[in-house]
Design a protein around this ligand. Structure first.
Ligand code: GSH
Length: 213
């Protein structure tokens, strides 16, 4: 049985959601963050040399990193579901959003988050440019969701799952007014109605209200 090691209110919610969408059996193991530091507890840190969430174990395999876990699970247990194959016209869109989530969106949100955690602000041109990437990202997301109902086209895919964290839970840490983004608001309403998303969030972080609005 695959074990999804979920750290409270973290990117590992993606993997719980993935398993709920696929209907593949899994065991969920929850860990609370260290109340003093907000970081993963020692038990979580011992799972993988990086000590960050998500981590799954599948027999002897210990795998970290959201994108790697998502691709691994889909390839091994998905039977073609939630992915877009290379022969489809929207293959490149699927790849783009699958990688954009952690390659660009999360790092640019993290820049502002770290700045607020440290209580510093700077008009340094590089910092400002990094933070401006979030504005560009939201504009790009709004455009995409005005053209297609899901990130990779007409069907819900793993690109929607990996994009979910920066668009929803991450906004609890880095607030963002969604007023100017009606396509995104409409999309998040539909995501929030998905039974698999609701089951995943209820199991992952029962005390938390999903950040949909
Ligand atoms: N790119 C990594 C990021 C992992 C990451 O930063 N996880 C955070 C939670 S969202 C974490 O484990 N923080 C606790 C810690 O660093 O101890 C992934 O997607 O797997």
């Amino acid at each position: 049985m695959i074990i999804v090691h979920h750290l409270g209110v973290s990117q590992s919610e993606r993997i719980v959601w993935l398993f709920e969408e696929l209907g593949t059996p899994y065991e969920l193991k929850r860990y609370e963050r260290d109340p003093a530091t907000g970081l993963a507890p020692a038990e979580y840190k011992s799972l993988h040399p990086m000590g960050i969430a998500p981590v799954i174990t599948d027999g002897a395999l210990v795998l970290a990193e959201s994108g790697a876990i998502i691709e691994y699970v889909i390839a091994k247990y998905g039977n073609g579901r939630l992915a877009v194959s290379a022969d489809k016209p929207n293959f490149a869109d699927y790849l783009f959003w699958l990688h954009f989530a952690n390659g660009t969106m999360m790092p640019s949100q993290m820049t502002g988050f770290i700045e607020s955690l440290l209580g510093v602000s700077s008009d340094h041109v590089v910092l400002q440019a990094l933070k401006a990437r979030v504005d560009l990202a939201f504009a790009l997301i709004e455009k995409q969701l005005g053209e297609t109902p899901y990130f990779a086209g007409s069907e819900f895919t793993a690109a929607d799952i990996i994009m979910g964290f920066p668009l929803m839970t991450m906004r609890a840490f880095v607030p963002r007014d969604l007023g100017p983004f009606p396509n995104l608001r409409n999309y998040l309403k539909r995501i929030g109605e998905r039974p698999a998303y609701q089951r995943a969030m209820a199991a992952s972080d029962p005390g938390m209200t999903p950040v949909l609005g």
